[in-house]
Write a protein that binds this ligand. Sequence first.
Ligand SMILES: [Zn+2]
Length: 450
Amino acid sequence: MNWDIFRAYDIRGVYPTDIDEEAYYRIAKAYTYLFHPTTMVVGMDARASSPQLKAALTSGFVDAGVNVVDIGGITTDMLYYAVGSSDYSGGIVVSASHNPKQYNGAKMVREKATAISSDTGLFDIRDTLKAEKDKEVSSASKGSVTQKDVLVGYTAHVLSFIDRDVIKPFTFVGNANFGYACNTVAALVDELKLNLVPLNFEPDGTFPKGPPDPMLPSNRTETSELVRSSVATFAAAWDADADRCMFFDEQGEFISGAYITALLADILLNKHGKNKIIFDPRVIWPALKVCKQHGAEAIISKGGHAFMKERMRRENAIFAGEMSGHYYFRENFYADNGVIPFLLVLEHLSKTGKPLSEVMRPYMEGHYMSGELNYRVEDIKKVISDVKSCRLALQHPPFEYRTSAAPESGSPKAGTNRRTAKRDRINHRLETSLSLECGGTARHRFRLPS
Ligand SMILES: [Zn+2]
């Protein structure tokens, strides 16, 4: 087992070199050693290696005397629902999210879908395995295994976020990226009498079109083209484990998660009144603007699902959004969900009768983003210093701008986080963001005034 598979928010590695059946069997026992569960929920994504890894995980729990509820091929947010809506001790989904096909991994939660991250148990599991304490776990009686289909309950749960009677029978493109989002989306299409134009809708763990990540610009083209050719109202694209959702307007234009965060915050504040809203520090102005308009409290939190969820619970915030397309809801066990955003957008379009491009305009106006540019860097300090000089160079003419540097999302390594903002009298602005991972990846974002 490669110990680097244990990351800040999840487990991830190449199968079978970094992570294999034995690793999953032992992880189940290490989980039992640390948390003493009685019943665990397990599920898996559509990857080719997922069935045997889920079987190994199940065996580990069963041999440790823990009962297993197997919910089969699911999206990650279905695991959160299965655990959050019940009294189960916790849950594990075998998944490597949007990573290429050779990867696999796991996301774990404890009771009520509370995330397990590096500092809330994930590294303890690793250290338990290193010390071989998992091998001390045994049970005179074996746990039971029950199969459970959660789709019907899950569909009812996500539909509770909208008024289904107002939904119009829109035509939309749904890109499931070969994952299990297809099942939920098909159920919702049926319930709401929508017209679906399916794309990459058959689960296929070989991911024939490359990494199943709708955030990649190369993966957006086919969705954009299909929106235009099918004259759809909009498109939604999910990553392979469907905990992230991306949107395209009726012209096939991709909409950044920073703007969708602002839209969803606006929708929820309109529905529920004053509340707390959380977002990650990379791009903050669109959501800040919305919070200001509503007199709502805006909270900027370190990105990453475990941090966002923990902060949401602590603040009892109604909603949190990340630029990466993760959207979290208080009434969804403070967890992220890939279809609630889709339903809220659908409801909003139905109520306003406006095209999505027009709906998005107020959030995008006066704000420009170049999109993400990725660089591998050797010397973080030098890059931060270069960003500073870039900032100084941009002080003429005066702009409002913002810079930030943070470790790559998901990296357990410590990083630097700095933000600078200046305002001039004529309120022109330029925002730059830079994210860094130690010896890893840097991202630049430039925003220009309207
Ligand atoms: Zn994902």
